[in-house]
Design a protein around this ligand. Structure first.
Ligand SMILES: [Zn+2]
Length: 107
């Protein structure tokens, strides 16, 4: 297994997914984000929803916003809808995903 350069728990399983950062050739660089799984296909794409607060000038308070992000889900990481995951930015892996799921967190 490769060291991906980020302090996360590596997956217990191994896989032969070429796009997996632990067992394949995908290199990680850029941003690290956390989010919640909205839908996922193992070995395929995962849709992650993120909530954040944006300051609204007119009403002088924070408004809640959410956005969706597409990421590759490697074969060795198992997630279900509603799980919290950590994503790492990498090169564009397909039309919409330039992030990869690297860890499933408990909270
Ligand atoms: Zn893997």
């Amino acid at each position: 297994m490769k060291n991906i350069g980020i302090d996360v728990k590596p997956p217990k399983k191994t896989c032969n997914d070429d796009l997996c950062p632990f067992h394949g050739s995908t290199k990680i660089r850029g941003r690290i984000v956390k989010g919640k799984i909205a839908s996922a296909t193992t070995g395929g794409n995962a849709v992650i929803e993120r909530q954040y607060f944006q300051y609204g000038k007119k009403y002088m308070r924070y408004e809640k916003r959410r956005s969706k992000l597409h990421a590759h889900l490697p074969l060795c990481i198992e997630v279900a809808k509603g799980d919290m995951v950590v994503l790492a930015e990498c090169r564009p892996l397909n039309k919409t995903a330039s992030f990869v799921v690297i860890e499933r967190t408990s909270e």
